[in-house]
Design a protein around this ligand. Structure first.
Ligand code: ZN
Length: 265
């Protein structure tokens, strides 16, 4: 009779995330049975939508993060969390960061208040663990975004002068463009090229600004990079006195961007 070989150990971390493995490990250690629901909860992905709390209340009564989060509600299998500068740990504790797949960021007046230690932790989480980072509008000057890019991240000029924009889908096959068609925004703060960032790996969205005097000027609207293990997306619209984050086209872009930026499971 053939000797029975001992079964090889179960490759616990194969095909499941480290977080899931840890959650399963904890459940096993405490003698709990892992119910299918618990597994589903453990594998839920997480996006944290962060804003600094300075948007005008007449446009964004509960700030920008809550409106963006509303626009992400149709993401299935995702937990959507809002966070802000005035929260404990400036909204991004170590524990929260370790459980975040994608961090979306809107800042403007308070970039300087964001602690350098938090910036370093975010950058590490992107580069080493593959967390996605989405930088919105005036967050081109946000500390985590600048550190990820490693360049000045300045535009040539900034004008909220009644300029409108035609946004063009430049890379229709890109996941961020899924279901997105060319669209107009009646008002946009014009961020003039050149934008001092590294050459993007994709420009998903391009734009043509139309100034109040009829002059036209091109400007990039949606740019992608990979930084270390993580994906980074920058989106130009989103000025705080305009209703961009309520608009279905913008919501679709951000919903796609979250899924694109998430690390592979
Ligand atoms: Zn602005």
């Amino acid at each position: 009779m053939k000797a029975k070989s001992s079964p090889s150990p179960l490759p616990l971390t194969t095909g499941i995330s480290r977080r899931t493995a840890l959650a399963l490990g904890t459940a096993a250690a405490t003698g709990l049975l892992v119910a299918p629901g618990a597994l589903a909860a453990a594998t839920k992905r997480r996006v944290v939508v962060w804003s600094e709390g300075t948007a005008p209340k007449d446009v964004y009564p509960k700030d920008i993060n809550t409106v963006i989060a509303d626009g992400l509600q149709s993401l299935s299998g995702w937990e959507i969390i809002t966070a802000g500068l005035s929260d404990p740990d400036q909204g991004v504790s170590d524990e929260r960061l370790a459980q975040t797949d994608v961090l979306m960021w809107w800042g403007h007046q308070k970039h300087g208040d964001v602690k350098d230690d938090l910036v370093d932790r975010i950058v590490r989480r992107v580069k080493e663990d593959g967390m996605g980072f989405i930088s919105l509008h005036s967050s081109h000057f946000a500390k985590p975004y600048r550190k990820l890019m490693g360049t000045a991240c300045s535009w040539r000029e900034y004008k909220a002068d009644g300029t409108s924009v035609k946004i063009k889908v430049k890379a229709p096959q890109h996941p961020i463009a899924k279901g997105v068609k060319d669209f107009d925004l009646p008002k946009i703060e014009r961020y003039a090229e050149p934008f001092k960032v590294p050459e993007p790996e994709a420009v998903v969205l391009d734009g043509i600004y139309i100034k109040p005097n009829g002059e036209q000027e091109p400007g990039r609207m949606g740019l992608c990079w990979t930084v270390g293990k993580g994906k980074v997306f920058y989106f130009t619209p989103g000025h705080e006195t305009y209703d961009d984050f309520f608009r279905p086209e913008v919501r679709r872009i951000l919903l796609n961007a979250v899924q694109w930026a998430a690390p592979k499971q």
